[in-house]
Write a protein that binds this ligand. Sequence first.
Ligand SMILES: NC(=O)c1ccc[n+]([C@@H]2O[C@H](COP(=O)([O-])OP(=O)(O)OC[C@H]3O[C@@H](n4cnc5c(N)ncnc54)[C@H](O)[C@@H]3O)[C@@H](O)[C@H]2O)c1
Ligand SMILES: CC(=O)N[C@@H]1[C@@H](OP(=O)(O)OP(=O)(O)OC[C@H]2O[C@@H](n3ccc(=O)[nH]c3=O)[C@H](O)[C@@H]2O)O[C@H](CO)[C@@H](O)[C@@H]1O
Length: 429
Amino acid sequence: MRLCVVGLGHVGLPLALLFAREHTVVGVDVDEQLVAALNRGELSAEEPAIRALFERVRADFTARTAPVPADAYLLATPTPLDPEANAADLSAVIAATESVGEVLSPGDLAVLVSTVPPGTTDELVAPLLARTADTDDFLLAHCPERALPGNTLAEMTANSRLVGGVDAASTAAASDLFGAVAEGPIHETTARLAEFVKLTENTYRDVNIALANELATVAERVGVDGHRAIDLANEHPRVAVHRPGPGVGGHCITIDPLFLAQSAPSTRLISTARAVNDGMAHHAAGLVRETLRDAFAASMPVDRRPTVTLLGVAYKGDVSDTRETPALPITRLLQSAGYEVRVYDPHVESFAVDPVALAEAVTDSDCLLLVTDHAAFHDLDPTEVGEAMATRTLVDTRNHLDADRWREAGFSVRVLGDGRDSPGHGRES
Ligand SMILES: NC(=O)c1ccc[n+]([C@@H]2O[C@H](COP(=O)([O-])OP(=O)(O)OC[C@H]3O[C@@H](n4cnc5c(N)ncnc54)[C@H](O)[C@@H]3O)[C@@H](O)[C@H]2O)c1
Ligand SMILES: CC(=O)N[C@@H]1[C@@H](OP(=O)(O)OP(=O)(O)OC[C@H]2O[C@@H](n3ccc(=O)[nH]c3=O)[C@H](O)[C@@H]2O)O[C@H](CO)[C@@H](O)[C@@H]1O
């Protein structure tokens, strides 16, 4: 069987490689440099399992800039948010559908993998494909991807799958196709329900994180350790509160909940949760301001701008992806408040402020602001880092570092969500 996978990004490429274990796969992307690199055997994916699979299936995988005739087509192009409309920008899905329509033959199967608002497969993709291909004789399904970035291949294979066709024959054909790669259960449903379930999952996570962030804010006010409070509350058999932090980033959770909200503008919780999570960037910048105000109370440096070093700018730990990272609004807020911002991130090569080596990032700095929970930050030596800095302060927005170790090295430490360090409170609670 020949398969064409359109869109070779975080989702499309690993999916294409998984299918290449069983079928001949043509990967398609409009990015000419990416296509040329893949055909030269060069891969930018950082996950070792993806790199290993690429080596293994290279003989059955080629990349092109436009679709070729195939038996089945998978569409995995991006679905960003249109900030003006506060709704899904489906332009890449439309372009990919048209490009598939141009080579589609009667009887072929098309599967939309991209995350989309409910109704998109039935109401947008189906008629567009029929118009471009000049036939109604095709099978069409939505099969959303739910793998966790950082553990992509393992979850792509093991997670349950939703397969929702526009009709029963389409569901059956897509279910057969995914049977080749899925080891978890395949749930057969409709396209619209599959679209809704995918958005529900990420909305649940966003709303739950927003609750954790509100609890962190309250804990800071009342002077208790919000992290310990969440741990203890989660001991209850029906409580599972997520973790507070500097805000939610990434291409999915920052956007997908709004694809649900756009369908029912009178609803409030989903968009409120988005606003709460976006507001955490202000909260993090505020903690830096308070910490430095206290540290400089005795001797304010009048002759220079205070420097804040961001530890991590990726949207979450141990990935290089900076899409929608809270580090960006935090950087802008700190810069507009007059701070010099430097960045140290062992996973990220380029950012709004160029990442530099650790020594350069911390020399004469006044504050470390941990934004990303990279595992490598556990290896930092507080004494060594402290000796290079002008002022020893640390704001940990993830409760990621061993705060006591940094205090022992002379750091004044604030942990987001730990009210024991808030002005006017003690460390007993
Ligand atoms: N990133 C994730 O972990 C993840 C997980 C589950 C679902 N999703 C969803 O999967 C979809 C793809 O996300 P992603 O993170 O892989 O995006 P991405 O930006 O990493 O990759 C998308 C690729 O599509 C290419 N592209 C754009 N328009 C094209 C076109 N018309 N024809 C061919 N190629 C085109 C781009 O050049 C890019 O290489 C989105 O809907 C996203 O919400 C993403
Ligand atoms: C339902 C679900 O699991 N969906 C996953 C999600 O993948 P993701 O990488 O976007 O998800 P997260 O790891 O949750 O990270 C998001 C941001 O939230 C921050 N965060 C996280 C947990 C917490 O307790 N407190 C936080 O503050 C974190 O730092 C980061 O900025 O969407 C993908 C695409 O749809 C899915 O495929 C994938 O299954």
